[in-house]
Ligand binder design. Structure first.
Ligand SMILES: *Cc1c(COP(=O)(O)O)cnc(C)c1O
Length: 434
């Protein structure tokens, strides 16, 4: 790269010396790979090698990289203003974004709070639920009920509803609200419904209903906490319980939102609307950090008619115009294309391509839903061994524990998915059988 001032080896050495990466040790020998550019579905290493991105940069880069329409929208906004405070001021990119989000999200979600990241969108969701009951004088309703194996972000409120084991509650226990957990659904998306599946959730809910503010869940797909899929009937049963007992339902659609599961929002699989919904990740097509929390008219009105009469949150970079412009461009790109048939194509190719992994010793399960493909192994992978194998094979996959999974960009063609799947197969075969 002509404009680089660091050699690749200097960059790696400085990175190792100075830089934290997600969930990492500063003493780790696990390699990181410098990327100097990204184009379409490819990441370009500084040594010139190209890799297909099987991760969409953690669910977000749905239109791929360096997309001309995305770039253009951001450049046009940059020429007007990069940022302006949102207290007392407003602007078209934010208003347009909120209008679109209300139009496309499940019915009954009428107000939008914009924030900077998924974790903050979840903090906002939890605070909305707490303020909703506080405003009614029901301060005892301050606890959340959720599934084990969930992931909702890394801030304290979000952590308090993450899986207690993988979410490391023990380290932070003195600072975490004690919430209530039930076993995660284990039967899969298509499994025939049996009422006993729901018995533990129901009895736990009923035993605690006086103190529950909300049920918090990732609809249909539990992401980072296990890449597990579950029946839409859970959402219908939970919606009914919440309605009957004055408990709010918070849907975390940060990973599932914007088409990933085959529906625009995963709640649509069950035809239900939550009271509060968080989105993030794919919202800007992976260009800039942005998230949003939507809520019903009733939640918003109740919060604002009780004490203190306002919602108590307001990030400095709230409604950042560049990020909103990116989100508007990304949503326009998504909605103007036949995205349903594109996700269906990706789903079919993932099913076909990953199926072969079932025959590799050490593979526990293979499952696919929408544009999400998961190969679950019997034991956790050794990252320092498997990660370079994927890079060598030219397919960017970032396993986590026992999970080797892909959620490719929506612009992938048939042959790209074939390549991602055969990359996963080749690497797993070499990794597990040697
Ligand atoms: C990624 C994720 C979050 C956290 O979002 P950040 O932008 O990383 O803070 C929350 N919930 C779910 C379901 C996620 O996948």
């Amino acid at each position: 790269m002509t404009d680089s001032t660091l050699s690749e080896s200097d960059l790696i050495a400085l990175d190792r010396q100075l830089v934290w990466h997600p969930y990492s040790s500063i003493n780790s020998a696990t390699p990181v790979f410098p990327i100097s550019a990204a184009q379409g579905i490819h990441l370009e290493r500084s040594n010139g090698q190209r890799m297909i991105d099987g991760m969409s940069s953690w669910w977000s880069a749905i239109h791929g990289y360096n997309h001309p329409e995305m770039n253009d929208a951001i450049e046009r906004q940059l020429g007007k203003m990069a940022h302006v405070m949102f207290g007392g001021l407003t602007h078209e990119p934010a208003v347009q974004l909120c209008k679109t989000l209300v139009e496309i999200s499940p019915k009954g979600l009428d107000h939008v709070f914009i924030s900077d990241s998924g974790s903050v969108a979840m903090e906002v969701a939890l605070k909305m639920a707490l303020q909703y009951f506080h405003a009614q004088g029901l301060t005892e309703k301050n606890t959340f009920l959720t599934f084990k194996n969930g992931y909702h972000g890394d801030t304290f409120g979000a952590m308090s509803v993450c899986d207690p084991v993988t979410g490391m509650h023990s380290i932070f226990s003195g600072n975490l609200k004690q919430n209530i957990f039930v076993d995660a659904p284990s039967e899969g998306f298509d499994a025939p419904w049996q009422d006993e599946n729901f018995a533990q959730f129901k009895s736990t809910f009923l035993a605690n209903k006086e103190t529950l503010a909300a049920v918090v869940l990732e609809p249909i797909v539990q992401g980072t906490g296990g890449m597990r899929f579950y029946s839409p009937q859970y959402l219908r049963e939970i919606r009914a319980l919440c309605d009957e007992h004055q408990v709010l339902m918070i849907a975390d659609e940060i990973a599932t939102g914007f088409g990933r599961t085959g529906k625009l929002f995963a709640c649509e699989h069950a035809q239900i609307s939550p009271d509060i919904m968080a989105v993030g990740k794919a919202l800007t097509g992976g260009y800039l950090s942005l998230a949003a929390t939507l809520c019903s008219q009733q939640v918003a009105q109740t919060i604002c008619s009780g004490d203190p009469g306002i919602f108590m949150h307001g990030p400095t970079f709230m409604g950042n115009p560049l990020a909103c412009a990116a989100a508007n461009a990304s949503l326009a790109l998504l909605l103007q294309q036949p995205w349903q048939s594109q996700i269906k194509l990706i789903e079919c190719e993932l099913i076909e391509g990953l199926n072969a992994c079932k025959n590799i010793g050490g593979v526990e399960d293979v499952r696919v839903l929408g544009a999400i493909g998961v190969v679950e192994l019997k034991t956790a992978v050794d990252m320092s061994r498997i990660q370079p194998m994927f890079v060598e094979r030219g397919v960017w996959i970032r396993p986590f524990g026992k999970l080797v999974y892909t959620m490719p960009p929506f612009i992938c063609q048939r042959e790209d998915i074939v390549e991602i799947c055969s990359g996963i197969f080749d690497v797993l075969q070499a990794y597990l059988e040697n």
